[in-house]
Design a protein around this ligand. Sequence first.
Ligand SMILES: NC(=O)c1ccc[n+]([C@@H]2O[C@H](COP(=O)([O-])OP(=O)(O)OC[C@H]3O[C@@H](n4cnc5c(N)ncnc54)[C@H](OP(=O)(O)O)[C@@H]3O)[C@@H](O)[C@H]2O)c1
Length: 333
Amino acid sequence: MEISQFVLASRPLGLPTSDNFRMEKTVLKVLNDNEVLLKPWYISVDPYMRGRMNSTKSYAASFEVDHPIKGGIVAKVMESKSKSLIAGDVVVGTLPWATFFIERAENLRKVDVQKVPPGYYLGILGMPGFTAYFGMMEICKPVKGDTVVVSGAAGAVGIVAGQIAKLQGTRVIGIAGSDEKCRLLKEQFGYDEAINYKSSKSIRKELAILCPDGVDAYFDNVGGEITEAVAANLDFHARIALCGQISQYNNSKPYVGYSILPHLLTRSVLLQGFIVSNYSDRFGEAISHLTQWVNEGKLRYTETIIEGFDKLPEAFLGLFSGTNQGKMLVKTE
Ligand SMILES: NC(=O)c1ccc[n+]([C@@H]2O[C@H](COP(=O)([O-])OP(=O)(O)OC[C@H]3O[C@@H](n4cnc5c(N)ncnc54)[C@H](OP(=O)(O)O)[C@@H]3O)[C@@H](O)[C@H]2O)c1
């Protein structure tokens, strides 16, 4: 069977372009026992994949040049030689960017798409949701009355992180890249305030006005100048969950900015970096809390869905210019 797949054509220097991806034809082998033939339905594009395009050793293995890109995918089972899955089942897994693929059943998790949209398993009920849950609950540890700031607030992780903080009785301020995103955060996702970092004359001063008693917890998705502005407004014993540094992922030279460390020192701030897989033995706990909150209407979510398998590079690149609200997904049919 002939299929199409995206491979890494070359490693990017700085901001990736569509030239770093190549769509090519290949042929699938026949199904063996315990394998299933899958058709992708929703394909996730995620900022961490930028790191995998480099050759540098990191927590996630590098993509190989001329080999398929892999990521989170919700797929339909088309044919099965497994006892645990049948044709028509919907599964989630880390799978290649291809129009069809074969995978062993034990590498897939069957999901129920009757109650929630399929893409949720790549967002609020998947890796980004788990990231928001553990970063907020285990590191930011919000308590009633706290002021919590979330950067990258209107994205897949940020939307959930802010709402989880609200559920703990806090006041939440989001930082995002457009007026439309800021409006959405306040009107649909319960954020108390939102700052458009692209139009703000001084994020630091705006935060000082919005947080007269200081920031108790900061969920950092972006790093750079935004984090510097938050650091200057931290209260004593504040906590920082260092989740992401998207403002730095395309830098070819190390970022040289103003040091946030004196603020952390003089205010006894706790900063902890984390990778969601640190908590993999507790994903069950996250999914049960997140599912309950979604079912009770306490957590809301949104997705930016781009139609067409061939749009995968475009969707991925859009993460770095902020074309998404909530989870960025590609729908293939
Ligand atoms: N630690 C972990 O295990 C873990 C797991 C998942 C994700 N993450 C990290 O969490 C962060 C958010 O991931 P996500 O999946 O939720 O992505 P996302 O927020 O849905 O998408 C990325 C967003 O980043 C913002 N952005 C892009 N360039 C920026 C810049 N230079 N400065 C400030 N903001 C910028 C854009 O929104 P604007 O319009 O607001 O600019 C864009 O929509 C990323 O840094 C990611 O690497 C970490």
